[in-house]
Design a protein around this ligand. Structure first.
Ligand code: 13P
Length: 287
């Protein structure tokens, strides 16, 4: 059964660890993440961007696939299915389709509009028992063609959004999606501490989990981060494993394309990446 992310994040915040959100792009990806979470007895959040949702044949297909896997693979750990960086309309569609959690990313709107739209979603999610993530201060890098500048969020605006009753808050603290550039300044712990001071107990979300040095991840968790998003690192691991397999000529045995063979090394690479992240985030054994 899919669950809201509220309880797992409250426990993570209190226990000073973070739950990983791993974005999914296809069946193999999803299966690898779920099997690893079960093996490590870790709660997990499956993230779906609007682009990935479209690619996987729409949100209803995603819900069907994930629910089917939970049953067929006997998954017992808490799993939330979460829209990543959703538009307002996208969030409504996911709620309708059966997601257990959504993110509304209103960070590119003026704060008044972000508040107005987030307020409406708070009401809907409360009524349906779903968790809701809001964002203040755009996360840098590119995601589905949307480029943010890696701002640091205004702590007062964070408080305004947190007070609306969202479940968790993504605040920009200099983090960006994808690989970090050579001249990256690092996370702004000053901003994180100021945000935490304003929002109190609200579980905080760190986007752009790929390539952040381990000591910064640990410090962020100690300052109130209870959810960390990872996407690019799984993509890179999948790509590298597939490339090696093809270069070794193993897919050229004259029998045509067999996804079970060609995609298997990538699926294994994702398992290893997810395991390493769950160990780093401290969520192993917390289900
Ligand atoms: P990365 O692609 O940098 O891991 O970030 C993922 C993310 O934050 C998804 O919202």
């Amino acid at each position: 059964m899919l669950v809201s992310a509220k309880e797992m994040l409250t426990k993570a915040r209190d226990g000073k660890y973070a739950v990983g959100q791993f974005n999914i792009n296809n069946l193999e990806w999803t299966k690898s993440i779920l099997l690893t979470a079960e093996e490590l007895k870790s709660p997990v959040i499956l993230g779906v961007s609007e682009g990935a949702g479209k690619y996987m044949c729409g949100y209803k297909t995603v819900v069907g696939m994930v629910k089917g896997m939970l049953e067929e693979l006997n998954i017992t750990v808490p799993v939330a299915l979460h829209l990543d960086h959703g538009s307002y309309e996208g969030a409504l569609k996911c709620i309708e389709a059966g997601f257990s959690s959504v993110m509304f990313d209103g960070s590119h709107y003026p704060i008044a509009e972000n508040i107005e739209k987030t307020t409406k979603l708070v009401e809907i999610c409360k009524e349906k028992g779903l968790s809701l993530e809001a964002e203040v201060g755009a996360i840098g890098g590119e995601e589905d063609g949307v480029v943010g500048m890696g701002e640091c969020a205004d702590p007062d605006e964070c408080k305004q959004i947190a007070d609306l009753g969202v479940t968790m808050l993504a605040a920009g603290i200099g983090n960006i999606h994808g690989k970090y550039p050579e001249n990256w300044q690092g996370l702004s712990f000053e901003t994180l501490a100021a945000v935490k001071e304003k929002v109190g107990d609200m579980p905080l979300v760190l986007h752009g989990g790929t390539g952040i040095p381990e000591d910064m991840i640990k410090k962020a968790i100690s300052l109130g981060v209870a959810k960390i998003n990872v996407n690019t690192e799984c993509q890179l691991a999948f790509q590298e494993a597939t490339r090696k397999y093809i270069e070794a000529g193993k897919d050229l045995e004259g029998k045509g394309f067999d996804p079970r063979k060609l995609l298997a090394p990538g699926a294994e690479a994702i398992k290893a990446t997810v395991k390493q992240k769950m160990e780093l985030f401290g969520s192993v054994g917390k289900a």
